[in-house]
Design a protein around this ligand. Structure first.
Ligand code: A2P
Length: 338
């Protein structure tokens, strides 16, 4: 049995990777449709080794496909995902637009796969924020074993999370500055090359940014735990691919670093890399970039707090943080529901 699939935003950083991962994992695709704006219609993108002509989203008839993977921005999803759902196809949406709707499931396959069942109301499943996904894949085994009451997290997020223009901005600014020329900022409010910006997405009334609040809301929804406390600081760093996170948790009952290491050794989607020596920890460039696992290292008991534990969590934000997670949701969908 095969499924006809549309990728919306197929020319973008995430869309291109969605096509690549569908091919790589041998998803049973019948016909593939690559959709983007009218500006890109007629261009081609790659689906495995095959090239596919890009079509204009505005003219596409979603009754031709059974599954649509959306990653073209929140306003595009707001307009087209309900239409696609009404036409009978199941939308897996990578934007934040539907994530907090109680009628729409928000799924990380390693954490809450059963939530996929709720897609039927609107034919839409939301893919969580990249930073939330990798954090929860790493924390799920600990949460199940001893409970987690509070999470303090500081992120170190790559520019590819913003999109292709941001990747170009970091490369362009770096080249200019190394050539003694001034660097102009267009995508970010100020220079990102050789710099660090404690600001991702828009500021909220409470002083946190929307990216930070996504980690709060999404952790509670995915764990199904309205009581879990999350205190995030989200930071953009001059890295192209791969988000890192310093995660500091407080558990309900005591767990040792050794116990956490043995739990994570066998956790789905996790790769443990925790040697207490030079280079014995994961980094975005050397481990995560281009790979599927969520890498975890630097596991330590918190010396300042009895029930505290620290971890360093790194993953490819475009793959596990977006495209791969969406394709894994589609795999559950075809295995159990379609
Ligand atoms: P296009 O290349 O035609 O602008 P990124 O996040 O890497 O910047 O990618 C954004 C993706 O969303 C691209 O594929 C882009 O297509 C697509 N997109 C942006 N605006 C629209 C639109 N109005 N209709 C359809 N696709 C859009």
């Amino acid at each position: 049995k095969t499924f006809d699939v549309a990728v919306v935003g197929a020319t973008g950083a995430v869309g291109e990777t969605m096509l690549g991962i569908l091919a790589e994992r041998k998803f049973p695709v019948g016909k593939i449709y690559a959709l983007a704006s009218s500006r890109s219609a007629g261009n081609t993108v790659l689906f495995g080794s095959k090239s596919v002509v890009v079509e204009d989203l505005a003219e596409f008839d979603f009754s031709k496909v059974q599954i649509a993977l959306f990653s073209a921005g929140g306003s595009i999803s707001a307009e087209y995902a309900p239409k696609a759902g009404a036409a009978g196809c199941v939308v897996i949406d990578n934007t934040s637009h539907f994530r907090y709707d109680p009628e729409i499931p928000l799924v990380v396959p390693e954490v809450n796969p059963a939530a996929v069942a709720d897609y039927k109301k609107h034919n839409i499943i939301a893919n969580p924020n990249c930073s939330t996904i990798q954090m929860l894949v790493a924390l799920k085994p600990i949460y199940d074993a001893v409970g987690i009451t509070r999470i303090n997290v500081a992120t170190y997020q790559a520019v590819s999370g913003t999109g292709k223009e941001a990747v170009n901005e970091l490369a362009g600014q770096t080249a200019k500055l190394l050539n003694g020329q001034p660097a102009e900022a267009e995508v970010y409010p100020t220079q990102i090359a050789f710099n660090v910006l404690p600001h991702i997405d828009v500021f909220q009334d409470n002083g946190y940014t929307k990216e930070e609040m996504k980690m709060v809301w999404e952790t509670q929804k995915i764990f199904g735990d309205a009581e879990i406390k999350v205190n995030p600081t989200c930071v953009r760093v001059p890295v192209f691919y791969g988000h890192s996170e310093a995660v500091h948790i407080e558990t309900r009952t005591k767990i040792t670093a050794d116990e956490v290491r043995s739990l994570l050794q066998k956790a789905p989607g996790v790769e443990l890399m925790d040697e207490r020596q030079d280079g014995g920890y994961p980094t975005p460039v050397k481990q995560a970039c281009g790979h599927d696992p969520v890498y975890v290292g630097r596991i330590r008991e918190d010396i300042s707090c009895d029930l505290g534990l620290n971890l360093w969590v790194v993953a490819d934000n475009v793959r596990k943080g977006a495209a791969l997670n969406s394709v894994q949701i589609a795999e559950i969908l075809i295995k159990d529901y379609l």
